[in-house]
Design a protein around this ligand. Sequence first.
Ligand SMILES: *[C@@H]1O[C@H](CO)[C@@H](O)[C@H](O)[C@H]1NC(C)=O
Ligand SMILES: *[C@@H]1O[C@H](CO)[C@@H](O)[C@H](O)[C@H]1NC(C)=O
Ligand SMILES: *[C@@H]1O[C@H](CO)[C@@H](O)[C@H](O)[C@H]1NC(C)=O
Ligand SMILES: *[C@@H]1O[C@H](CO)[C@@H](O)[C@H](O)[C@H]1NC(C)=O
Ligand SMILES: *[C@@H]1O[C@H](CO)[C@@H](O)[C@H](O)[C@H]1NC(C)=O
Ligand SMILES: *[C@@H]1O[C@H](CO)[C@@H](O)[C@H](O)[C@H]1NC(C)=O
Length: 347
Amino acid sequence: MAEDLCLSAKDSLIVKQHQKKNPLIFRMLVLMVVMVCGVYICSVCVKQIGGQSSVRLLSIHQVVEKPCVATNIEPSETAYVHFPKPKTFNRDECACNPVRNFAILSTQRSGSGWFETLLNSHMNISSNGEIFSVKVRRSNISTIFETLDKIYNLDWLTSASKNECTAAVGLKWMLNQGLVQHHEEIVEYFNAKGVSAIFLFRRNLLRRMISILANSYDQNAKLVNGTHKSHVHSPHEAEVLASYKPTINTTLLIPNLKQVEDMVNKSLEYFKSTRHIILYYEDVIKNRTKLVDVQDFLKVPRQELKSRQVKIHKGSLSSQVENWADIKKTLKGTHYRSFLDDKDYRL
Ligand SMILES: *[C@@H]1O[C@H](CO)[C@@H](O)[C@H](O)[C@H]1NC(C)=O
Ligand SMILES: *[C@@H]1O[C@H](CO)[C@@H](O)[C@H](O)[C@H]1NC(C)=O
Ligand SMILES: *[C@@H]1O[C@H](CO)[C@@H](O)[C@H](O)[C@H]1NC(C)=O
Ligand SMILES: *[C@@H]1O[C@H](CO)[C@@H](O)[C@H](O)[C@H]1NC(C)=O
Ligand SMILES: *[C@@H]1O[C@H](CO)[C@@H](O)[C@H](O)[C@H]1NC(C)=O
Ligand SMILES: *[C@@H]1O[C@H](CO)[C@@H](O)[C@H](O)[C@H]1NC(C)=O
């Protein structure tokens, strides 16, 4: 039917050619119609032959394409080196630059947002944010794997993606976002796909608790110009947010601290077979050499890392809560007494 249509169009043009006086234009028109028909018929043919031919084409393509060779990589490291072929773009000149997979495993309000902006200031690191904060992506282990596959194939495109020249790709993942729940399958996945884990925890869980309370208060109060801010970029905004002093329920204090500590300990135990590094927020703040450790761990070229984020709570803990005296009494003499002591905290 397509052919008939094209032929009749050609006929009518030929008929017209006898009537008009500009043969060159008509010849070109006829040529164009013939070309369009040709392309159309061709595309119909390809569709009719169907999937089989495209599969054959693909396998020929793979045979022709030279595989990338990992050079200067120790045998023990090969499991952690990948040459992804993204579906969404071409890695071009960096097609054979090795890529390493990582995941920042952390808990809320432990400096992981700040830490991630530092990593993303590196020209070869793409950390795509807290991807599993969206519940459907962690509904079951299949959706988790699908999401991870997409990220590690470089097909998860965010503002953090360095695209073709990414040398380390990952995400930020909170322990309570399906990570501890599905730990067996995820550890297996990490070991199979060579994913390295960067644990980032906060030593002072009391400070973390204050940060959580202040952040959840601000979700409703929206202290900065009527918008809720989890992270800030100016000292003034930090001051505004820190002006709220929460009251900590002392009955729940120790059970809450214990629950978090327990979850952290469990995650370290579950993931001990993966390639990993353990970092503490306080150490990264005090000692920037920790950032060199991370870059070496990810095997990316060393570079100075920067973040525009400003710390919200500064200074002594006693000035940050309403009921400091009660808190002190509750924690004194317990396993958590060290959280009261901030001598070490100069920021
Ligand atoms: C996993 O969750 C997705 C999205 O909620 C759903 O479509 C899918 O059927 C679920 N798969 C299994 C195996 O439960
Ligand atoms: C890092 O990125 C730069 C610029 O995009 C690129 O030239 C370089 O090859 C990349 N390095 C690695 C180790 O992939
Ligand atoms: C609120 O908005 C005003 C004007 O847009 C700006 O000058 C001010 O810095 C903002 N305040 C904060 C706390 O960000
Ligand atoms: C602290 O939490 C407990 C248990 O949820 C509750 O019974 C108690 O009323 C709370 N205390 C304060 C002062 O809110
Ligand atoms: C967590 O591990 C630390 C160090 O191994 C230990 O001191 C602490 O008692 C553990 N906490 C819990 C709640 O199991
Ligand atoms: C800073 O971190 C590096 C690397 O982890 C470590 O070797 C060094 O001892 C640390 N320095 C201080 C003062 O803690």
